[in-house]
Design a protein around this ligand. Structure first.
Ligand code: SF4
Length: 69
């Protein structure tokens, strides 16, 4: 997915369902029935970029991870 133009990798196999992403950016992330992250906005709109960046920073498992520059 793209957050403020940066590539963010989402690895559902690594997600532990902590829910920090949904708490930080409910417009961008959801959790499925098992609590595993679901991306609602693969191209995060500008108004949600800051919240999405906080979500990436707060993910405890590394399931949300900035890649590249
Ligand atoms: S914060 Fe990370 S570990 Fe927690 S639900 Fe979101 S992606 Fe999964």
């Amino acid at each position: 997915m793209k957050v403020a133009g940066a590539d963010v990798e989402v690895d559902r196999d690594v997600c532990i369902g902590a829910g920090m992403c949904v708490m930080n950016a409910p417009e961008v992330f959801d959790q499925d029935d098992e609590g595993i992250v679901v991306v609602l906005e693969p191209e995060v709109p500008a108004e949600h970029a800051a919240a999405a960046a906080r979500a990436v920073a707060s993910c405890p498992s590394g399931a949300l991870r900035r890649v590249g520059g």
